[in-house]
Design a protein around this ligand. Structure first.
Ligand code: TZP
Ligand code: MG
Length: 237
């Protein structure tokens, strides 16, 4: 199991989405590393694996040198080809089992989930971390359900023993709410790629997330509660 890598899914998680910006994957990655992001995801919905291979190689080498976790979105074969730390899979991508068969037990497999039920399912399928969202409204990705709000972060953290990466509409103004709700990491696109000064935006987001996380302890989600219903204290008069 990718235990050591799982524990490194924390802090600011930057996606190198280039459709919203004239900036390149390499420029966004450089800003993410300079600003103190802890996880970087190569996300490109338009180019072929062959076109992305040199880019993925560069990002992987820079992340490894900087001690940053490097994840590839969707493309399991590309992740394997460049020895990325893992892959992130959405609802329409490969199953966790299929990706595991290619990547082996030591690589990270992240799974997009939108509810506690889906989080439990991803855990049972063998996912290493959860991408939970959209937490807030976002224009970056089409066809998303309504924003979930931050409460689902606390709910999932209490019941599923996996790192939770909150995503969707996270900005400098709301990232502290995500951290306070218990997210292990906050994933961002537009808050970075649309910023005038990308490294400064990354640094501010990372600092705000860390400040709101500090001193907060998630209740242990050992997995023993996975199939239980929530229980409530009933005050006795
Ligand atoms: N999945 C859920 S929301 C989202 C993805 C890929 C987009 C996040 O982008 P932004 O700009 O940080 O809202
Ligand atoms: Mg996907």
């Amino acid at each position: 199991m990718a235990g050591e890598l799982r524990a490194r899914i924390r802090g600011l998680y930057v996606l190198t989405e280039v459709t919203l910006t004239p900036r390149t994957h390499e420029e966004i990655a450089a800003a993410a590393l300079a600003g103190g992001a802890q996880v970087l995801q190569l996300r490109d919905k338009t180019r072929s694996d062959a076109e992305l291979l040199p880019v993925a190689r560069i990002l992987q080498a820079r992340c490894r040198a900087a001690g940053v976790v490097f994840i590839v979105n969707d493309r399991v074969e590309l992740a394997r080809a460049v020895d990325a730390d893992g892959v992130h899979l959405g609802e329409e991508d490969w199953s966790v089992e299929e990706a595991r068969a290619v990547l082996g037990p030591e690589k990270l497999i992240g799974r997009t989930v939108r509810s506690l039920a889906q989080a439990r399912q991803a855990y049972h399928q063998g996912a290493d971390y959860l991408g939970l969202g959209p937490i807030f409204a976002t224009e970056t990705k089409a066809g998303l359900p309504l924003p979930l709000g931050v409460e689902v972060i606390t709910e999932v953290k209490a019941r599923v023993p996996l790192p939770v990466v909150a995503i969707g509409g996270i900005t400098r103004d709301n990232i502290a709410l995500v951290a306070a709700a218990g997210a292990d990491a906050a994933a961002v696109v537009s808050a970075v790629v649309r910023a005038e000064d990308m490294p400064a935006a990354v640094a501010e987001l990372a600092q705000r997330f860390a400040a709101a996380r500090r001193g907060r302890r998630n209740p242990p989600a050992s997995g023993e509660f996975l199939d239980q219903k929530p229980c409530f204290w009933i005050p006795i008069a």
